[in-house]
Design a protein around this ligand. Structure first.
Ligand SMILES: *Cc1c(COP(=O)(O)O)cnc(C)c1O
Length: 232
């Protein structure tokens, strides 16, 4: 399978999941996760009409941003260290991985320097996995209240990385939880906060995530192939 064929298949499945759940496919943005993959493969995706990409390493995002056409959208989806924020602000259209007040403050500072307002999502560890970053569902509203007043960031919603499971149905509960959390916090009408985006679903479970309300799905392997073997 080529990158192009994979992309068409993923888009088709997203549309099917939208049909099943009575959603408009325009509400769902496919982020092609190109981390570790060469520029040539990203160019294949661009040729197939893909304009939105996700990276998890700041320097890699900076480098790919610099050598690909302007007008593409880059999402920072991975854990972010404070000293690497400078590579991301001014390039990424959205940071998906805010999980502390300190990180939000540091992003705010860099965004102020660049004279931009940086849209962000708060990362939630919905399943409470030890190995994962993110705040617990119970801490999410408090973190959002603390970072909402920062003038150079804007909270747009929530992100989660669900557990690695055999059967994607096992993750439906976590996608539901994230959606409900989003609705609950939206109901609090916190100033400078728009709870409109839900970033959830990866290669193994994006169809379930779409059924449960994802507005961004982040698909890497399903488009570019296995990252360890390079087999499409
Ligand atoms: C790598 C990565 C993805 C994509 O994972 P696949 O299983 O290859 O689709 C999605 N989200 C995050 C945060 C990632 O780091």
């Amino acid at each position: 399978m080529s990158v192009q064929e994979n992309l068409y298949e993923v888009r088709r499945r997203i549309e099917k999941a939208c049909e099943r759940s009575g959603r408009d496919p325009k509400e769902v943005t496919l982020i092609a996760v190109s981390k570790t993959k060469p520029v040539s493969m990203i160019e294949e995706a661009i040729a197939a009409g893909q304009q939105v990409f996700g990276e998890n390493r700041p320097q890699e995002l900076r480098d790919k941003f610099g050598c690909l056409p302007a007008g593409l959208k880059w999402h920072m989806i991975g854990h972010l260290q404070k000293n690497k924020i400078k590579y991301v602000v001014g390039r990424a259209c959205l940071i998906h991985s805010i999980d502390s007040v300190e990180l939000a403050q540091a992003v705010n500072e860099q965004a102020a320097k660049c004279d931009v307002i940086m849209p962000v999502l708060v990362e939630v560890n919905a399943a409470g996995e030890e190995s994962k970053f993110g705040v617990s569902p119970g801490e999410t509203e408090e973190l959002i209240r603390q970072i909402a007043p920062l003038p150079h960031i804007h909270v747009n919603g929530l992100m989660t990385i669900a557990p690695n499971v055999e059967d994607p149905e096992q993750n439906r509960q976590y996608f539901r939880l994230l959606k409900q959390l989003c609705i609950d916090i939206a109901g609090k009408n916190i100033d400078n906060v728009s709870m409109i985006e839900l970033s959830m679903g990866m290669t193994g479970d994006y169809e379930v995530a779409v059924e449960e309300g994802a507005t961004f799905v982040r698909v890497g392997t399903g488009i570019f192939g296995d990252r360890r073997t390079g087999i499409l």
